[in-house]
Design a binder for this molecule. Structure first.
Ligand code: NG6
Ligand code: CA
Length: 514
């Protein structure tokens, strides 16, 4: 039996070696790959992208030493759809369920689909996700006290250390390879997004217990003095400490690198900042004068610096491709009274762009986007149109795997800074509404619905008429050229319909879910 196992093992290794060899013969290389994925970091939140009111030396180090894309996009203006696009190479509007998910949502990615980590495993990579997941877990009835599956480990990650949804959603526990970390079986966890558990305090009824006040939504269960979305009971010992979250994720990411540094590895490091609730570690509280939103950006920047330091110390920086980007654009007030609005001062989270998170205007999806690979990528600022969707096909090319491309375009040479011919067109999404980016143009079809999202105070892009902007001359989308340029308008409508089909939703859905 033992012998049989060993020979099976050597057969597998032999096949793997053969696959790697043939991949190498195709010109493929196998650097380590790290995606540093921020949550709600805006185009203007990074020094290298023009921020002057806070300092991000480590993000800038990557941006200035690599390709800094000025037209780099997330697939969507909210989190779950963007992450779905990043990992599958499929436009999230093709999947009806790809919306902001509650903490109890089932896994959004079909386990039969090719994903970024699965594709890389085909090329011999070890794969891991550390940080925010927010792509659903289980099949609809998760028992948080047992093994939680399917999840990241079933869609291609060999190792996972995650929070299930968002920092503001229950359950507020870490999950490592499908098991809740630090759970005391005598104090099981129950979670509901429908109703509270008897006798449990809530943000709505017990304001006296709060250390952070809610502004809209976020008034269900209270954990660490912070009111959350959703109800949770039990699991006291397993509950995370919000202020330690950055350090915890960083430690897990570093541990993974140290353990796996001799193999090609793929690490999807999904930081939680600067999403709400913004809870900087005391080391960073007050660091920027911009309030917790600025402070957690600086905290994240420090984490990125520590990660880079680890790669340097292990002498693998030159053998590691780092991709730094964000899941959607910025929001200042996303539901808590944390002084982000009052202390914003001259800081412009969206930079020169219009809108923000939830918006079909540029700031919803155009995000900081950097590729860094010491010694291989020459520093450059690239205006090429690229999207996170394209990482699947491009990285498949890099490592020599034939992957089903779906909506993903092979832009490997653009990501490596060899030229600037990116996409010609891209469909942008915000809450199931879509728009078109085509060359220098942006086309937003008519949508009913509010022009400005209440509470978060962001222009959504809804208007009764077509909006057409020339982003080269007018990056802030101030002048609607739909009437002045009827030919261009018609050409773009045609292009949009070709990509998107005719059955378009014209009514904007309310975006803020509870
Ligand atoms: C919204 C939340 C918001 C944030 C967002 C998801 C309310 C009122 N607002 O529903 O605070 O959690 O969902 O953000 O509940 S994302 O970046 O994960 O998409
Ligand atoms: Ca987000």
């Amino acid at each position: 039996m033992h012998e049989k196992k060993t020979s099976m093992k050597s057969l597998v290794y032999g096949l793997l070696a053969a696959a790697l060899l043939s991949a190498c013969q195709n010109g493929a290389t196998h650097p380590n790959i790290i995606i540093i994925y921020m949550d709600d970091l805006g185009y203007g939140d990074v020094g290298a992208y023009g921020a002057t009111e806070l300092q991000t030396p480590n993000m800038d180090f990557l941006a200035q030493g690599g390709v800094r894309f000025t037209n780099g996009y997330a697939t969507s203006a909210t989190c779950s759809p963007s992450r779905f696009g990043l990992l599958t190479g499929i436009y999230p509007w093709r999947n009806e369920d790809a919306r902001i998910l509650p903490g109890t949502a089932p896994l959004l990615i079909d386990t039969a689909l090719t994903t970024l980590p699965k594709m890389l495993k085909q090329a011999g990579y070890q794969t891991a996700v550390v940080g925010k997941w927010h792509l659903g877990l289980g099949n609809g009835q998760v028992n948080w006290n047992e093994t939680i599956a399917p999840g990241p480990n079933e869609v291609g990650f060999d190792y996972s250390f995650i929070m299930a949804a968002t920092q503001d959603r229950v359950p507020t526990v870490y999950i490592e390879n499908g098991r809740t970390v630090g759970l005391d079986p005598a104090d099981p966890i129950s979670v509901s997004y429908e109703k509270n558990f008897d006798g449990e305090p809530t943000g709505l009824d017990n304001p006296e217990l709060l250390t952070m006040k809610w502004h809209h939504g976020h008034n269900n269960s209270i954990v660490n003095g912070i009111p959350r979305i959703g109800f949770m009971k039990g699991g006291e010992a397993a509950r995370w400490k919000d202020e330690d979250m950055a350090d915890t994720f960083l430690a897990k990411a570093r541990e993974y690198i140290l353990q796996t540094k001799d193999r090609p590895f793929f690490l999807y490091y999904a930081l939680q900042q600067p999403h709400v609730p913004r809870t900087p570690h005391p080391r960073f509280a007050g660091a920027t004068g911009l309030g917790p939103r600025g402070d957690v950006i600086v905290e994240a920047d420090w984490c990125i610096g520590e990660l880079i330091k680890t790669l340097k110390e292990q002498e693998i920086l030159e053998n590691t491709l780092i991709i730094f980007t964000s899941d959607n654009g910025p929001v200042v007030n996303d539901g808590y009274l944390d002084q982000a609005v009052e202390l914003l001062g001259d800081h412009k989270p969206a930079g020169p762009l219009r809108g923000g998170k939830y918006s079909l205007y540029e700031a919803g999806t155009r995000v900081p986007f950097v590729t860094y690979w010491k010694g291989t990528i020459e520093p450059r600022v690239s205006p090429a149109l690229v999207c996170q969707l394209d990482l699947l096909a491009s990285l498949a090319k890099l490592v020599g795997v034939n992957a089903d491309k779906r909506d993903s375009e092979d832009l490997l040479d653009v990501f490596l800074g060899k030229h600037d011919q990116g996409r010609t067109s891209l469909i942008l999404e915000a809450g199931k509404r879509t728009a078109l980016r085509y060359g220098d143009w942006a086309l937003i079809p008519p949508y009913t619905g509010p022009a400005i999202q209440k509470d978060v105070n962001i222009e959504l892009g809804n208007a009764p008429e077509y909006q057409l902007f020339n982003l080269k001359d007018d990056p802030g989308q101030q002048e609607n050229l739909a009437q002045a340029q009827p030919d261009t308008l018609q050409r773009l409508i045609q292009e949009y319909t070709k990509l998107r089909g005719n059955e378009l939703q014209r009514e904007a859905e309310p975006l803020i879910l509870q």
